[in-house]
Design a protein around this ligand. Structure first.
Ligand SMILES: Cc1cc2nc3c(=O)[nH]c(=O)nc-3n(C[C@H](O)[C@H](O)[C@H](O)COP(=O)(O)OP(=O)(O)OC[C@H]3O[C@@H](n4cnc5c(N)ncnc54)[C@H](O)[C@@H]3O)c2cc1C
Length: 435
């Protein structure tokens, strides 16, 4: 390797996703000589596709709500959010002239509905704080220069720095540049990595009506999913819209419950989990039953299949009647009380045999990552090495979609940037004073 060397940097941030961009901005803002290294030719590739390309920058609800929606170790973040919370993120963007609007469930978006508005504002701030940014530079390794400085190996170059911030993301959707490199760097210097797994990921199922694609493309609003273990014990419940696909289930409810399914299948000997779909969670089974009775008795001449349209899409009604072996061409008046009860039961608990999830590459977010017991929650510094910091999805933290992951990325980025800059400046000062 060519041993061409540059002068020492105070802080080097690896990865220009939302966490790395924010870390570099904050380190620059604190007066640290900061270099941001990105292996792609552009920054923020995942940020640009987040929130359907509109970038769900944060969530307007309180910190407790954000932590509740961060099922992957959300409590680790209390200290981070005390330093820089969702409210600070909102004020930060407003201060940069990026007007935000609140949508359902507290989700905040730029009023332009364009993720590049958010990215452009961050890039302008990097300029303002004189952060040097290098694209197309893939970090291959980090090593010690000495006890108080690090070598960052990039192709044929070595950069030397007081502090490193690893902001390389997880390993989902790897075409955005998040290929798990940070796990390798952390492991090489003695950190434990909690095995990465997919979260916020579609579910696969092997029921006949899935395999035969009877329900492909059917979307159902406001469902309640309940997941059961092999003994019939409930291990997860999630609400939300649902989409039936050619391989199983997708949509917000399926994505939200997916991490529990992944963990259940990993720890159980079973090959599947039963997930029931409550298609009308606002009504009790008895209420659904009496509505079916009213509808069928009041429209006795109509076909049962058409009558069920009051509750379900026609394709769903066909599948329900097929499962129950009820003739879909039967007139409403002929539906027995017993069959009406069976339909009500199925509407309240439509069973799906979930065999797994799509893989990490298709997951919205990566679970697992740098083991949190080895990271100081107040500074995001490594407990094992001086001058090493982590932020964003590389940490063993994951949230539901809804702006929570990007909040985690921005808040941890800000906090890591602040503390890394302080560490570097203090260490330089100590050397200067000969201490
Ligand atoms: C389709 C999709 C939609 C999403 N929607 C939402 C949403 O609506 N709300 C929400 O909160 N979250 C959403 N997320 C999740 C959110 O985008 C991520 O959690 C967030 O981007 C993580 O930020 P990060 O900075 O930690 O990592 P990343 O955004 O993954 O960035 C890591 C960066 O590091 C770079 N890098 C990696 N290795 C190296 C290396 N060796 N050298 C140099 N650079 C390197 C990568 O190229 C990349 O630019 C979505 C994700 C996807 C995939």
């Amino acid at each position: 390797m060519d041993d061409h060397m540059e002068p020492m940097w105070d802080v080097i941030v690896i990865g220009a996703g939302p966490s790395g961009l924010m870390a570099a901005i904050e380190a620059g803002h604190r007066g640290a000589r900061t270099l941001l290294i990105e292996k792609g030719k552009r920054p923020g590739r995942k940020l640009l596709i987040s929130g359907g390309g509109r970038c769900n920058v944060t969530n307007a609800r309180g910190i407790d709500h954000i932590i509740e929606n961060t099922p992957g170790n959300g409590r680790f973040l209390y200290s981070v959010f005390r330093q820089w919370s969702n409210e600070d993120i909102i004020a930060f963007f407003m201060g940069l002239g990026v007007a935000l609007k609140e949508e359902d469930r507290g989700r905040m978006f730029p009023v332009t509905d364009r993720a590049d508005t958010v990215l452009d504002a961050l890039l302008q701030l990097l300029d303002k704080y004189q952060v040097t940014v290098r694209y197309n530079q893939e970090v291959s390794m980090i090593t010690h220069q000495d006890e108080f400085s690090w070598n960052i190996h990039v192709q044929d170059d070595i950069y030397v720095t007081r502090a490193i911030i690893i902001a390389t993301g997880g390993c989902s959707v790897p075409q955005t540049g998040s290929t798990g490199d940070g796990y390798r760097f952390a492991k090489s210097i003695g950190h434990t990595i909690v095995e990465p797994y997919p979260t916020s990921v579609p579910l696969m199922a092997d029921d006949l009506w899935i395999k035969e694609r009877f329900l492909q493309g059917v979307a159902v609003r406001g469902t309640l999913l309940t997941a059961y273990d092999e003994k019939g014990k409930v291990f997860a419940k999630e609400e939300g819209d649902l989409l039936f696909t050619h391989f199983g289930l997708s949509g917000p409810a399926a994505l939200r419950i997916s991490q529990y399914i992944v963990k259940f299948l990993a720890r159980s000997a079973g090959t599947h989990a039963i997930v029931t779909v409550d298609l009308l969670p606002g009504l009790s089974k008895e209420e659904v039953f009496s509505k079916i009775q009213q509808t069928t008795k009041g429209n006795g001449k109509k076909l049962i299949r058409s009558l069920l349209r009051d509750f379900l899409s026609e394709r769903f009604a066909d599948v329900l009647l097929f499962i129950l072996q009820i003739d879909s061409q039967m007139e409403g008046a002929h539906l027995s009380k017993k069959d009406a009860e069976k339909i009500a039961s199925l509407i309240k608990a439509f069973p799906v045999h979930v065999t797994g999830t799509l893989g990490l590459s298709k997951a919205t977010v990566t679970g697992g990552g740098v083991f949190l017991k080895e990271v100081n929650p107040a500074t995001l510094a490594s407990k094992k090495e001086h001058g090493l910091y982590f932020c964003g999805e590389v940490l063993d933290v994951h949230a539901h979609t809804g702006g929570y992951n990007i909040t985690v990325a921005f808040s941890t980025g800000h906090v890591a940037g602040n503390h890394a800059a302080e560490y570097a400046i203090q260490t330089n000062l100590a050397f200067l004073l000969g201490k």
